[in-house]
Design a protein around this ligand. Structure first.
Ligand code: SF4
Ligand code: SF4
Length: 105
């Protein structure tokens, strides 16, 4: 289960990949496990330059069977309290880390 995340101020963000094994997405599709880095120093946003001559280094995607996403949103990919998508993408929208893989039930 891959979690791609563009919330660069979170302590669990490692090269746009979430390093946390278990996360909970709330009913408003927000990542409830977001933890702001203590130094408040944002990583450089290199995601827009991915097709440039020198692509940025990304953390290898983790296809982990141990990863688990619990979710409270009314989404097509949710089965009981668990996300069953192959992977999800979290984007920072209106200052919040939100699941943009959400598909209204
Ligand atoms: S905001 Fe959520 S998904 Fe993104 S790195 Fe932090 S814990 Fe992981
Ligand atoms: S894809 Fe749907 S079920 Fe999975 S975490 Fe996002 S909102 Fe929840």
């Amino acid at each position: 289960m891959d979690i791609i995340c563009r919330e660069r101020t979170c302590v669990y963000n490692k090269g746009f990949s979430c390093s946390k094994r278990k996360i909970l997405i709330g009913d408003k599709i927000n990542c409830t496990d977001y933890e702001k880095k203590p130094d408040l120093k944002e990583l450089e946003d290199t995601s827009r330059e991915v097709f440039g001559p020198t692509p940025p280094k990304y953390h290898a995607h983790r296809e982990s069977k141990k990863g688990c996403i619990h979710c409270e949103a009314k989404c097509l990919f949710r089965n009981e309290q668990t996300c069953e998508a192959n992977g999800i993408t979290i984007n920072k929208l209106n200052g919040k880390p939100l699941c943009v893989t959400y598909f209204k039930e």
